[in-house]
Design a protein around this ligand. Sequence first.
Ligand code: PLP
Ligand code: COI
Length: 357
Amino acid sequence: MTIKKTLLPENELKPLSKDPLQLGFGQTYTDHMFTLEYDSEKGWHNAEIKPYQSLKLDPAAKVLHYGQEIFEGQKAYKSSSGEILTFRPKENANRFLNSQKRMCMAELDPDEFLFYENELLKVEERWIPTVKGTSLYIRPTAIATESGLGVKASTKYLFFIILSPVGAYFKEGFNPIGLWVSDEFSRAAEGGTGEAKAGGNYAGSLFASNIANENGYSQVLWLDAKEHKYIEEVGAMNILFIIDNKLVTAPLGGTILPGITRKSVLELAKDLGIETVERKISIDEVTEGIESGKVTEIFGAGTAAVISPVGKLNYKEKEYVINDNKTGPWSQKFFDTLTGIQYGELEDKHNWVYKVK
Ligand code: PLP
Ligand code: COI
């Protein structure tokens, strides 16, 4: 695994943003990127770290026509002693491989994925913001590059990694957000690609997201595609509920993304002494539970979203307010514990934190 490195001279490096808390999400990129090519003769080859630049693609490249594309989302953090930390990176590398398999793409060995990612992070270390609430977002991506309009799996791919210093994903920061429950559109059906991190899943979600935004809500809360009855997940995060003092979330069943934050929260719940239940949750149970007081908190969990409390739900044009639109105690506890571990401030009992350097 050798990487050709073409690095910019110091005087051509971009200035870092002055106030990391104003970064928002995914708007600036670091000086360099990683690229790796694949074709069926050579396998994966040409590993390079080079200045961030546009890609050169044939207009008939299969990704542009048939959407053969997958990606991951991770974050790198800087500890107070200056270490570069990532969170459960093997989980992302393995999920990337699963997504590649589902989308019939060339498979990248998870150890290679991690080696390349770590090398890029070391080159771009100065871009990791140190203020709590900020991090360096990592976007590993694979696209089908073979030119040809026949609908079949590409024989050529490009794997690349770009990095972006980020703050909060939502404009609300880490304050409660509002969700729009869609009972008209669905994100993924059984047997579909919902559990792969495929760009097409997100393209298909935009129509309903726009409706949510037009009505003043941040994201869509998706229901199952068959009955429009059971909770699935949110546009960019999994969703968890405190119902009768238990942490309840939808089971993984092929239609939702197996989130690493979701999995971590379920494991942390055991340390924090709250019972967890993975089961089907109907939207009626949620709305009735909010009204009766059985549902006391709702929060989303994801890499970009971290732990995002949900203060409002709109279902069938009725708004339901959760915990007075304030961050509840469990949401806060999960946020504090998870980010404490991620930033290297709390004990990492589960060995989740990987020290890149
Ligand atoms: N669900 C969707 C649709 C997502 O895009 C994400 C973000 O990656 C998640 C859930 C949460 O996954 P993770 O916690 O692995 O970031
Ligand atoms: C992430 O949390 O990393 C995601 O991929 C969500 C996103 C689509 C911004």
